[in-house]
Write a protein that binds this ligand. Structure first.
Ligand SMILES: Nc1ncnc2c1ncn2[C@@H]1O[C@H](COP(=O)(O)OP(=O)(O)OP(=O)(O)O)[C@@H](O)[C@H]1O
Ligand SMILES: [Mg+2]
Length: 372
């Protein structure tokens, strides 16, 4: 029997649940030419959702491009990936090459075949120095669009900062602002960087797209998914376990699937029974397996940041009050504020309406187990 839970990669059916409203809204907006800026903390399911939206749009005859900026480390790499994605939308790469070559002068696509005969796209910069402006690359979807618009997704868009930041940003903006037949989605998990790009008046992308914060998946839907997964694969599930998994993982989709997957494996070794003890063992195993990683993250912090983190493990509300400062020996409050700012920036914590939460619930458990 295969493990019914999946994590670590973008998921599709049968591991993909919920998001119906989001899929309807995104589809509607993108078809109507509305560009979007989609953000959430890490591992809420942005990539899975958008890939599914793109898949559905392709079935309706739309052309789509998906670029993960995490993989883009140069202007050249961007052009190669962009051409390659665009070519995938065309009936054959020979036709695609002809078409793109006809529309580009300064940055030409070059196709070579790998040892399995599959096409590999590289580019030739006419100036030889990769300084050409990229407008003819950016403009391709607009030029290729016929009746239906093209949909272009830039995932992990905050990483654009690595490409000499604002120049690339300005060039991109100068092109896309003129594209009437392309809808863009900019996504990312480093929310402060992303929001900076789109909400600051002096930035190139000020108010370019509709801001959309992706939320967690509702717990009732997660519970049903967990019950189904365990029951159908022959695991005897004790009452309350799915709720416990969701609570521990703070309903973050990735961690719910991660712990469920670990619990499923642990149950296999316990006569296919999943009770509280088996769940505890699964948690202990996850924490132990990540010990080195957590240790490394923790060691990178200053002593003060470590103390703030220990305190937030115990109490995550009203952290800037004198009560909190006295209880955890953290004076003055301004130092706590500075440490928290850093922890937010480094992606260790995130701020909710009235509380501060660990982005990785297992880091919190590790700290409680090892450090407190
Ligand atoms: N709709 C969903 N249904 C069930 N599980 C999901 C769903 N979306 C995401 N997940 C779980 O979360 C994991 C991470 O999803 P995904 O990579 O799409 O998130 P992300 O927000 O893009 O993360 P990152 O911030 O790391 O890029 C998946 O591997 C899966 O375990
Ligand atoms: Mg992602």
């Amino acid at each position: 029997m295969n493990n019914p839970f999946r994590y670590g990669i973008a998921v599709d059916e049968p591991y993909f649940i919920d998001r119906e409203q989001e899929m309807r809204d995104f589809t509607k907006w993108l078809k109507s030419g509305q560009s979007l800026v989609v953000y959430s903390p890490r591992r809420y399911g942005k990539t899975s959702l958008i890939l599914k939206v793109l898949k559905n749009l392709r079935k309706e005859g739309y052309n789509t491009v998906y670029i993960d900026f995490f993989k883009v480390n140069s202007r050249r790499r961007f052009a190669e990936m962009y051409y390659s994605e665009i070519m995938k939308q065309m009936p054959s790469w020979e036709k695609a090459l002809k078409k793109i070559s006809g529309l580009t002068k300064k940055i030409r696509p070059v196709i070579s075949l790998d040892n399995q005969g599959l096409p590999n796209v590289s580019v030739r910069f006419e100036d030889g120095a990769e300084n050409e402006d990229l407008s003819e690359v950016f403009d391709l979807p607009q030029k290729l669009a016929e009746r239906k618009s093209w949909i272009v997704v830039f995932d992990e868009f905050q990483d654009i900062a690595r490409l000499n930041g604002e120049n690339f940003e300005k060039e991109l903006r100068a092109s896309v602002i003129q594209h009437s037949k392309v809808s863009y989605v900019f996504m990312g998990s480093e929310m402060h960087i992303l929001l900076n790009i789109f909400t600051h008046k002096n930035r190139a992308f000020y108010q370019f797209g509709k801001l959309y914060e992706l939320k967690k998946i509702p717990s009732v839907i997660l519970v049903e998914y967990l019950e189904n997964g365990f029951n159908k694969s022959g695991i005897k599930l004790m009452p309350g376990i799915p709720d416990k998994i969701i609570e521990i993982c703070e309903a973050i989709p990735h961690y719910v699937q991660y712990l469920a997957s670990g619990a499923w494996e642990e149950a296999q070794e316990n006569n296919c029974i999943l009770d509280e003890d088996v769940l505890e063992n699964a948690i202990a195993r996850i924490i132990m397996n990540q010990n080195d990683y957590f240790m490394m993250q923790y060691e990178k912090l200053t002593a003060h940041q470590q103390r703030v983190l220990l305190a937030i493990c115990e109490e995550n509300r009203n952290i800037y009050t004198t009560e909190f400062a006295e209880r955890f020996h953290l004076t003055p409050v301004s130092s706590t504020q500075r440490s928290v700012q850093r922890l937010l920036k480094d992606g260790i914590l995130s701020r909710n309406a009235d509380s501060y939460n660990f982005n990785d619930p297992f880091l919190r458990l590790w700290i409680r187990k090892i450090m407190i």
